[in-house]
Design a protein around this ligand. Sequence first.
Ligand code: ZN
Length: 182
Amino acid sequence: MTVREILKMGDPRLLRVAPPVPAADFGTPALDALVADLFDTMHAVNGAGLAAPQIGVDLQLVIFGSGAPNPRYPDAPVVPRTVLLNPVLTPIGDEEEEGWEGCLSVPGLRGVVPRFKRLRYQGVDPQGSPIDRTVEGFHARVVQHECDHLIGKLYPMRVRDFTRFGFTEVLFPGLDAAADDD
Ligand code: ZN
């Protein structure tokens, strides 16, 4: 088990556009070890998702979902535990939805971010098997947040209304400041 350091906003490595994971890496022990480190790191801070660039690995690889209800969205469908490589996101329609987001690379803060309500995402798992899902709501939000990390975007760059951006402890007294960030 290796809990890796999570890079914080301001680190230029979070601003890179990541290249795809080469097909030659699918199913290799090195890739399995990277995925294990991502999960160990995410679980250590009780996160909801994590992207490889957040631990300084410049590859198109994200993890998210727990298979359990999310306390921030108790009524939302459960997001399956997912390892997604080389994703392609296609919004379905142009309807947007606002929701609170936090990020492990922007600790202690939350903001309201507009995201596409519905989208299709395609990619592969660590074995190279295809993933192709059409999702909406919280699941769609998590995918958009994580995949933004692969193009050097952090959620504050998506905030439009900075009257709804601030410190978690002030906005949501009593909430664990780090829990459910991604
Ligand atoms: Zn994040």
